[in-house]
Design a protein around this ligand. Structure first.
Ligand code: SAH
Length: 283
């Protein structure tokens, strides 16, 4: 019932002609859009959206032209330049432009590059953050990205660099030794190498891992596995990108926090998966 929702009157920013709003669409579920995103969608002349943006989200901008700027799997970045210049062109033509990107535009989304190009060309920009898949997607799988008994830090990593290869600039040994919980974006293609590098650097083979694919959408699938088995289990499961990989004991919390299973009427698998032996609220 999209048309029943209108923003309460107030000081909502206007998307002016000649402006680009660089906006996060969240991981998939349209309910995870921000109000600023809705406000922008309702005013835009043009929405330029990425492959990972769910089509239902475009229903919020029926008046706008919808332009697909999809780019998947770390393909060459020449196209990125085309997209940025297209945004400049549209803005200079006096359009109200909403650039819609999956998750958060500044998290592995090249939003920084696009915004930089726009500003270099004198185009005014507003940035609208979104819920990143590495946080919201895990939450939909019942995995808290931090949990007091598990981690006091999170490391977000990309499994691809600009060339589509495992990033060589990353010191996987340092990451393996220093990261408490790892959240890996774009990790499916090179999962074998990534898991191998972490194991070589001393992470235990039985460390809990999860793979959450198409998180927050109707096609969401979650695989629970271990670091040693992750690559083989992904291959066997047939799970496809987009997917977030999570390495760390926070994955165990899913045994109690898989709220989607609870909604389906299933019982929690384990009320105390970390074995604290006392109620969660006593510290
Ligand atoms: N800016 C985005 C990330 C873009 S990089 C964000 O903040 O979420 C693309 C990667 O994000 C994918 O390869 C995948 O690892 C992850 N991703 C995005 N949407 C996802 C989803 N719905 N489910 C699982 N992973 C997702």
């Amino acid at each position: 019932m999209t048309d029943s929702l209108s923003l309460p009157s107030g000081n909502w920013p206007q998307l002016e002609p000649g402006w680009v709003w660089l906006c996060g669409a969240g991981p998939g579920d349209p309910g995870l859009l921000t109000l600023h995103a809705i406000n922008g969608l309702q005013q835009a002349d043009v929405v330029i959206y990425d492959a990972l943006v769910q089509k239902a989200i475009l229903d919020w901008a029926p008046q706008a032209e919808h332009i697909y700027a999809g780019k998947r799997g770390g393909k060459p970045s020449a196209k990125q330049r085309d997209i940025s210049l297209r945004l400049v062109e549209l803005a200079k033509a006096g359009k109200r432009v909403l650039r819609l990107k999956g998750g958060d535009p500044f998290v592995f989304g090249r939003g920084g590059e696009e915004a930089q190009t726009l500003i270099q060309h004198g185009v005014p920009v507003r940035i609208i953050p979104g819920i990143s898949a590495g946080i919201g997607g895990l939450a939909y799988a019942g995995i808290p990205v931090t949990h007091r008994d598990v981690n006091q830090s999170v490391t977000f990593v990309t499994g691809h660099d600009q060339t589509g290869e495992t990033p060589t600039s990353l010191n996987w040994k340092a990451i393996a030794e220093g990261a408490q919980v790892l959240v890996i974006y774009m990790g499916m293609k090179h999962v074998e190498r990534i898991a191998g590098a972490l194991l070589d650097a001393g992470r235990p083979a039985d460390e809990p891992c999860a793979v959450v694919s198409s998180a927050t959408t109707e096609d969401q699938q979650v695989l629970e596995t271990t670091l040693g088995n992750m690559a083989a289990d992904i291959a066997e499961s047939g799970l496809e990108p987009p997917a977030i990989l999570c390495v760390g004991r926070s994955v165990l919390m899913r045994q109690v926090l898989d709220w989607q299973a609870l909604m389906r009427g299933e019982a929690p698998r384990n009320l105390d998966p970390l074995g604290r032996g006392r109620p969660a609220e006593t510290s």
